[in-house]
Write a protein that binds this ligand. Sequence first.
Ligand code: ZN
Length: 376
Amino acid sequence: MTALFNYKLKGTDGLARTGVISTPRGEIRTPAFMPVGTAATVKAMMPESVAATGADILLGNTYHLMLRPGAERVANLGGLHRFMNWQKPILTDSGGFQVMSLAGLRKLTEAGVTFRSHIDGSKHELTPERSMEIQRLLGSDIVMCFDECPALPASDKAVAESMQLSMRWAARSKEAFGDRPGHALFGIMQGGVAPELREESAAALTGIGFDGYAVGGLAVGEGQEAMFGVLDYAPGFLPEDKPRYLMGVGKPDDIVGAVKRGIDMMDCVLPSRSGRTGQAWTRRGQVNIKNARHQDDPRPLDEACSCPACRNYSRAYLHHVFRSQEMISGMLLTWHNLHYYQEIMAGMRAAIAARQFAAWEAAFHALRAEGDIEPV
Ligand SMILES: [Zn+2]
C-alpha cells in the first residue's frame, strides 16, 4: 500500500541521493529545486511556464500571504493552488524567518512573535498554532514547522536557547498540525555551526517524528565554506528514509555542493530575482546581459539551452530589452534561469542514478571555470 505522502529513496552515489516524493498532487523528483512564488506568483512567469521548466513543486511564503491577500481570503477563494492556478504541489514556509527579516517592531516570547506588517504597519501575531492554521487555509502540501532563526553573529548560548525554543515550537506545530492525510509536516533543524547543537536538535525532531526534515539557519550570510562545513555532518543526523530540505539555497555551485552532501530539496529566489536584474546563470557561469559586449552579438545566451530565451532570441535582443526596461526582459531571463536550474537538477538526478555524480560534478565545474564565450 502506498501512503498518501511518502518518500522513496531510489539511488545513492556517495552521500548524494535521488528519489521521489509522492503526493496526491503529483510526484516530486529529488534532488528538487523549488522556484519561489512569494506572493502567489513566480514573478514574471506564467504558472504553465514554471511547469514547462521542469519544476515539480514551488514555494509560497506564509508571511507575505497572511498579510496580503490574507489566508482566510485565499481559503474562501478555493485555496492557494486554485487562486494562483498551480495544481502541482506547494510547500509553504512557516513565516518565522521572514518575520525576523522583514517585519517591524518584533516581540518574541515563548508563545510566539508579535510584529508589525512591513506593508501597512498593522499588528499581527504568529505562533506555532497560527502558522499551522494559515498553512492549512492556504492548502499547502508540505507545511513547515514554526521556528526561530537567530540573527548572526550570535553567542553559543543564544544559538542554543533559540534552538531549544524552536524544538518546543516544533512539538506545538506537530500537535496543531494534527492528522492530515496527503499533507506533510517538516521539522526544521537549528543549532548554528555547533555540531553538538545540531545533533541535539535532530534528536529532538526525530523524537517528535516528521514527514521530512529541513536544515535551517543556513544561507543567512555565513558564506559557502561555513555552510558546507555544517552540511558535511548535519544531514547525517537525519533519518535516511525522509526527505532533507535546505532552505533558501542558492547559487548553482551551492546547490551542487549541497546535493553532494545529502540534501534532497532546495528553494531560492535567486534565479527569478536575477532574471529581473539582467543577470543570467548559464553552464559557463554568470552572464551580465547589461554589458555592452552583448549589443551586437547575434548568438543565443547559451547555444545548448532549449529555453525560449535561448532558442528564439539573441544576446543583442536580450541586451536591448533590458536596457529599454521592457517587461519581456525579466520574463525571458527568468525563464532561462529557472530552466537552467531545473537542468542542473535533472542532470544530478540522472548522474546519481547512474553512479556518475563525481564525473558530472567535475564537468559542471570545468565548464564554469572556462567562463563565458569570447565576445564577437
Ligand atoms: Zn536558456
